[in-house]
Design a protein around this ligand. Structure first.
Ligand code: NAP
Length: 496
């Protein structure tokens, strides 16, 4: 910074969590522009003064974020066509003392869909939520000529007002209110709206802090073949909505690329002469922001943050004894493939509403095994419908493959990989996990080593029927097992 450094701000409240200063400053540095991008926590009554300061101090401009986007539209000297139609401003440009309000959110929303080859023209979309962000999303859908929008929203009155606004301000009238989320299984109208949509977009904050683990639509709803589930939330990276959408047969996209793209479009408005260079920074900036969210992506990794790549078929099932490293290896593998990771024990726990140990104690092992099998059948049905859909990596419970029926379902559905480890290695990994019902049972029998060795020998009759056996003892790193799996499956990221 020196006496010639220009300034750009972001006005919001609260704004301390914003990722924008991090990636916008990196972009400015990469472009060699002597300009600093700073966050300002501006409470409601002070927005007017903050906007005036842009002129007084000769700033390049500012971004505007929650909750000021609508109010900012009334404070600038003129509005772009987009900002006027949406009624909200997220980017202000200081053109020689005259402030022009723009909206780049709708561009940020649509770019990642275009990049993934999704043409919206003529398509049916399910839109969840009708708040401020949904206005920009609907504007983009109308511009892209989506044929029909089915609106899902908790409060009917707000939905009706949104539909009236869409007709009056955008001239978009092929939008209907479907209802709210409709209880545990979702009502028939909701299932139909999601099931026939090419794109299902969540614009509600449901799924982000403090509602992590909640989804705006019930789990278990089937998505249309080839559908995209788009959550404009980017933290957490994979919301419950995206997780259940992937299980329901959709490809997932989170809100991080949208955030980055609205920022790049803002930069292009402030520095129009640098446009092509600005958009060339996209991958670098996306990686930086993903890393800041704790989701680093490695160079050469297929796909990119926020997206499951299309084209990887079916599921990879990781089987093996407890302590064989299925969860650790599975998470890394899923990341390498840009796939979603699931763990059958966790899914059963979610459904049962209790930990596995409690399920065993209160409802017996038989109920647990039945729930495992039903889950496997569901995954298999979804996977068959999916064709060239994103891969799922599924770590199974240790006893799940020990049934001819389960094994054959898995082999029909995808590739079964046995992570093999010696008895002593397994013991070292699990001996302190006394809360696991099986460990408790084996330890109660007296000799834990003998108990594990006997059970492993019994289970290996099934495990060794896997398509692939990969060693994952204590002498190997989980990354080595991942590389060997990719190599043997001839997927990118293997050594071969
Ligand atoms: P907003 O105006 O507060 O959104 C309100 C909408 O969410 C309404 O439809 C509301 O339904 C619904 N909603 C809120 N809480 C709900 C709940 N507990 N259950 C069901 N529905 C609920 O917020 P916004 O400004 O539109 O932002 C929405 C989300 O988009 C935020 O998470 C924000 O971070 C994200 N966003 C992301 C980007 C990006 O670049 N990726 C850009 C902008 C916004 P009712 O009508 O029933 O109240």
């Amino acid at each position: 910074m020196d006496a010639g450094t220009k300034l750009i701000g972001i006005f919001g409240h609260p704004v301390h969590h914003s990722l924008s200063p991090l990636f916008m400053n990196e972009a400015l540095k990469s472009l060699g522009i002597n300009c600093a991008y700073l966050a300002f926590d501006v409470e409601g009554g002070r927005l007017d003064g903050a906007v005036r300061a842009l002129k007084t101090l000769g700033w390049v401009g500012s971004n505007v974020t929650i909750p000021h986007k609508q109010a900012a539209a009334a404070l600038v000297d003129s509005l772009s066509e987009d900002a006027a139609a949406i009624g909200a401003v997220n980017c202000i440009v200081n053109r020689g003392g005259s402030l022009v309000g723009h909206n780049t959110d709708h561009l940020g929303f649509v770019d990642p869909l275009r990049e993934r080859g999704l043409a919206l023209e003529g398509s049916t979309v399910a839109l969840i939520g009708c708040g401020g962000a949904a206005r920009g999303v609907l504007y983009a859908l109308a511009k892209e000529k989506a044929a029909k929008v089915n609106l899902i929203n908790r409060t009917e009155k707000n939905a009706r007002e949104f539909i009236a606004w869409a007709g009056e301000s955008l001239g978009y009238r092929t939008i209907d209110y479907v209802g709210g989320c409709g209880g545990t299984g979702g009502n028939a109208a909701l299932r139909k709206a999601v099931g026939e949509a090419r794109l299902v977009v969540n614009t509600t904050p449901v799924g982000m802090h403090p509602q992590e683990g909640s989804s705006p639509i019930p789990r278990g709803i089937a998505f249309h073949e080839g559908a995209f589930a788009y959550d404009i939330i980017y933290s957490p990276f994979k919301t419950e909505f995206l997780r259940s959408a992937v299980l329901g047969g959709a490809a997932a996209l989170n809100g991080l690329p949208m955030l980055i793209h609205q920022g790049l479009h803002s930069l292009a408005l402030w520095f129009p002469e640098r446009g092509p260079e600005i958009f060339a920074l996209r991958a670098k900036i996306l990686r930086l922001a993903a890393g800041a969210l704790g989701e680093p992506s490695e160079p050469g990794e297929p796909g990119e943050p926020g997206s499951c790549p299309l084209g990887t078929k079916g599921c990879i099932f990781l089987i093996g004894f407890m302590g064989s490293g299925k969860t650790t290896v599975g998470k890394i593998l899923a990341r390498r493939l840009g796939a979603s990771f699931f763990d059958t024990d966790s899914l059963v726990e979610e459904r049962a509403g209790m930990p596995v140990a409690e399920l065993f104690a209160t409802r017996g092992e038989g109920t647990f095994r039945e729930m495992e099998r039903d889950l496997l059948r569901e995954l298999s049905t979804q996977s068959r419908k999916r064709g060239s859909r994103p891969a799922l990596v599924i770590a199974t419970g240790g006893g799940l493959p020990c049934s001819a029926e389960n094994l054959s379902i898995m082999k029909e559905t995808g590739t079964v990989v046995y992570l093999r480890a010696a008895v002593d290695d397994l013991i070292r990994r699990v001996e302190n996990e006394k809360s696991r019902p099986l460990i408790r049972k084996l330890a109660e029998g007296g000799d834990l080593r003998e108990g594990i060795a006997k059970l492993l020998a019994d289970r290996e009759r099934f495990y060794l029927q896997a398509d692939l056996v990969v060693a994952n003892g204590l002498d190997a790193r989980p990354l080595d097992a991942v590389s060997r799996i990719l190599e043997k499956l001839e997927m990118p990221g293997g050594k071969g």
